[in-house]
Design a protein around this ligand. Structure first.
Ligand SMILES: *Cc1c(COP(=O)(O)O)cnc(C)c1O
Length: 400
């Protein structure tokens, strides 16, 4: 890998941001930016005539905010989506100019900075409409907003009669040119179960809210409700724009309906660590805190220097899969803060420095993030997005 670049732990991908004076890193998350680009190209095909907003919140689901955003744009994403304003500002500070929507704010957010940086803002409630309009008035500018309607999820968005209040309030501020209502949007409860009855109900409620906005005089640029699962399984809800997150990084949001390959996607992240120690251990010896694993034979044990502080679930104890030299093994004993042990078997010739793969694309027999999710009772979203800041992101591919 001659073209690899180390990202900083803050995920902004500044060259030279690798941990200092450490020599070789103990573990790394290798992110293939060409894979992210190709995944977005595939998502564009799934989206039909709708545009693609690549969701890069939570440090690009752990892959690095700015490198992921750049790779997604090179694959044809014409929008980027983030949860928090700080994420949107970080994109702008790093020279990413694509349209950005930010959607999860609290009172007192710096909407003035967002408006100045040409960031589109989601508005779900009267308080945020007022704060955004105040910021626009003070700047002498017009804020671009997307009105969010709660069609049943019960998170953000105006629910029921609140929509009938939010919409005219936004229209009157639009008449003052303080805001421009560019979008109406919502989010599904059960996108991962496309035949669930809530999907149709939410779709109808969304269509109704869009018609009400248009009847009230809104000239909408984009109507959007589809996340990854809806983009891949329910083309009828693409509207003008789809908002895939997980699928951008190549994982399946609907593992029961299909693996990544069945949707044309490839996982972009490989998480690996280098053995710190290998040793012979006799039968009957306990490993790690609490001796939750006891060797059943004379064997070789390897110490893997990555732990729960790095995002490895503690309940991967005796469950998490790894691969070493093409063979599969399982976490043996309790996952610690910085490390865990693996019984490599009596025949193992593994040595300190050998590379252990926790998960990758699965194309060379290694486990996947989905395998880790299944082994630990969670979803692949959590496995990738919780990889900690101590793990350097190493980038391959992309335009560097
Ligand atoms: C995170 C998020 C998405 C992306 O969801 P995926 O399931 O990862 O595709 C889309 N829209 C909203 C509002 C989100 O919070």
């Amino acid at each position: 890998m001659t073209d690899e670049i180390h990202g900083s732990a803050d995920g902004l991908g500044r060259p030279g941001g690798a941990p200092h004076a450490a020599g070789r890193e103990t573990a790394r998350a290798t992110v293939d930016l060409d894979v992210i680009r190709r995944n977005v190209e595939v998502l564009r095909e799934h989206a039909g005539s709708a545009a693609v907003m690549a969701v890069v919140k939570a440090d690009g689901y752990g892959h690095g905010l700015v490198p992921s955003a750049r790779a997604a744009v090179s694959g044809g994403a014409s929008w980027l989506g983030v949860a928090q304003l700080s994420e949107a500002m970080a994109l702008r500070d790093n020279g990413v100019h694509a349209p950005v929507l930010s959607w999860l704010h609290v009172p007192g957010s710096d909407f003035a900075a967002a408006i100045t940086a040409d960031i589109d803002l989601s508005v779900s409630a009267l308080w945020s409409l007022a704060e955004v309009a105040d910021a626009a008035r003070a700047l002498g500018r017009t804020a671009r907003i997307h009105l969010k309607v709660d069609t049943g999820l019960g998170r953000n968005g105006a629910f029921g009669d609140d929509w009938q209040i939010l919409l005219p309030a936004a229209r009157s501020l639009e008449a003052e040119r303080l805001v421009r209502i560019v979008g109406v949007w919502s989010h599904f409860v059960y996108a991962d179960e496309p035949t669930h009855p809530t999907v149709r109900r939410q779709q109808e409620r969304f269509g109704q809210a869009v018609r009400e906005a248009e009847r009230a005089g809104c000239e909408l640029e984009v109507r959007h409700i589809a996340n990854s699962a809806a983009t891949l399984t329910n083309p009828g809800v693409a509207f003008d724009l789809v908002r895939p997150g997980l699928a951008v990084y190549g994982l399946s949001p609907v593992p029961s309906l299909g693996d990544p390959q069945s949707f044309g996607l490839t996982p972009a992240m490989t998480l690996s660590a280098d053995l710190a120690v290998t040793k012979r251990i006799p039968a009957g010896q306990g490993l790690s805190y609490g001796h939750q694993y006891v060797t059943s034979q004379d064997t070789t044990v390897g110490l893997v220097p990555i732990g729960y502080a790095d995002g490895i679930p503690r309940n991967a104890t005796n469950a998490g899969p790894v691969s070493l030299g093409g063979a599969r093994h399982t976490v043996s004993g309790r996952v610690c803060m910085d490390q865990f042990t693996v019984d490599l078997g009596p025949q193992s010739r593994a040595q300190a420095g050998d590379r252990v793969t926790l998960f990758g694309a699965g194309e060379s027999g290694e486990p996947t993030a989905e395998d880790w999710a299944r082994a630990t009772g969670t979803i692949s979203y959590e496995i990738i997005s919780r990889i900690g800041s101590r793990v350097p992101r190493v980038y391959i591919g992309g335009q560097q």
